[in-house]
Design a protein around this ligand. Structure first.
Ligand SMILES: NC(=O)C1=CN([C@@H]2O[C@H](COP(=O)(O)OP(=O)(O)OC[C@H]3O[C@@H](n4cnc5c(N)ncnc54)[C@H](O)[C@@H]3O)[C@@H](O)[C@H]2O)C=CC1
Ligand SMILES: O=C(O)[C@@H]1CCC=N1
Length: 265
């Protein structure tokens, strides 16, 4: 079993750690790094894992997951690069940053993988898009596939599609949470108790997503099965179409993709 360092165990890094431990990884195979000591203490208390500084964590690991904000990545790679073990694999979770820019900040020949994960990894229901850098072979990409499959589905894609994938699955949970929040508030507006409305909205998203995933049927077919001619759903869908739900998703994903490209420079 490889030792995996998670350098920058914030929202995304911690979601992956939590998911890995829930799927049976040993705390002994993980070493984390965060900046603040109170945060380190909280992580030790929650997960019984070693938490240290970035360079010490990276120096112990076969695989280094970099979970800091994109703006902090080049400086961090400059610090940890000289202390990496021979053959250590560097995995970036940072939106926008290309494998060529990551390679340029590391010692020559360092294998690099770019990953776009998402926060449902915390409950083992994430989806991660992975792309290999120029010095990463298939076996090394498979190591990352193995790690990320502990926290959900893994999809290999050419790197040129990473910005688009981030706009759909990386940012996507936020779109879904906003939709759950909006549906819940709409139910409250109609007179449902807030806890009931939340329960109905959340379970409807869970159930509809499971139905789509488990049947593999086209969403349009599943939608038609809910929509009786002249019925209540048709009346509701008409409002969503008239108010531009599809156009809103097109604009949102284009904006997210373009922001990813801008972050990557
Ligand atoms: N939050 C999300 O849903 C997703 C985030 N990402 C990517 O994951 C990365 C992290 O994002 P978040 O988790 O949201 O940010 P965050 O701010 O929650 O976590 C970053 C963590 O890195 C730590 N950190 C910064 N510099 C450090 C250093 N030198 N040594 C040790 N720890 C250090 C910070 O203390 C913080 O705990 C970003 O690059 C982002 O693009 C990718 C997909 C989804
Ligand atoms: O908002 C962000 O920049 C990060 C990357 C994808 C999801 N969250």
């Amino acid at each position: 079993m490889s030792t995996v360092a998670v350098v920058g165990a914030g929202a995304m890094g911690e979601a992956i750690v939590s998911g890995m431990l829930a799927k049976g990884w040993s705390p002994d195979d993980l070493v984390l790094a965060v900046r603040r000591e109170e945060h380190a203490a909280a992580l030790r208390a929650s997960y019984a894992v070693e938490v240290t500084d970035a360079v010490s964590a990276a120096a112990k690991a076969d695989v280094v997951l970099v979970g800091v904000k994109p703006v902090d990545v080049p400086g961090l790679l400059g610090q940890i690069g000289p202390r990496l073990r021979p053959g250590a694999l560097v995995v970036s979770l940072a939106v926008g940053l290309t494998t060529s820019s990551l390679e340029a900040a590391l010692p020559g020949g360092t294998p690099v993988v770019r990953v776009m994960p998402n926060t449902p990894a915390q409950v083992g229901a994430g989806v991660s898009v992975i792309s290999a850098g120029s010095c990463c072979d298939d076996a090394q990409l498979a190591v990352v596939e193995d790690i990320m499959s502990a926290v959900g589905t893994v999809v290999r894609l050419p790197e040129k599609l990473q910005d688009a994938a981030g706009a759909v699955s990386g940012s996507g949970p936020a779109y879904v949470f906003l939709a759950i929040e909006a549906l819940t508030e709409a139910g409250v507006h109609l007179g449902l108790p807030r806890t009931t409305s939340t329960q109905l909205a959340v379970q409807t998203f869970v159930g509809a997503a499971r139905l789509a995933a488990e049947t593999g049927e086209h969403p349009a077919v599943l939608r038609e099965r809910v929509t009786s001619p002249g019925g209540t759903t048709a009346a509701g869908l008409r409002q969503l179409e008239e108010r531009g739900l599809r156009a809103a998703f097109l604009a949102a994903t284009e904006a997210s993709r373009d922001r990813s490209r801008a972050i990557g420079g």
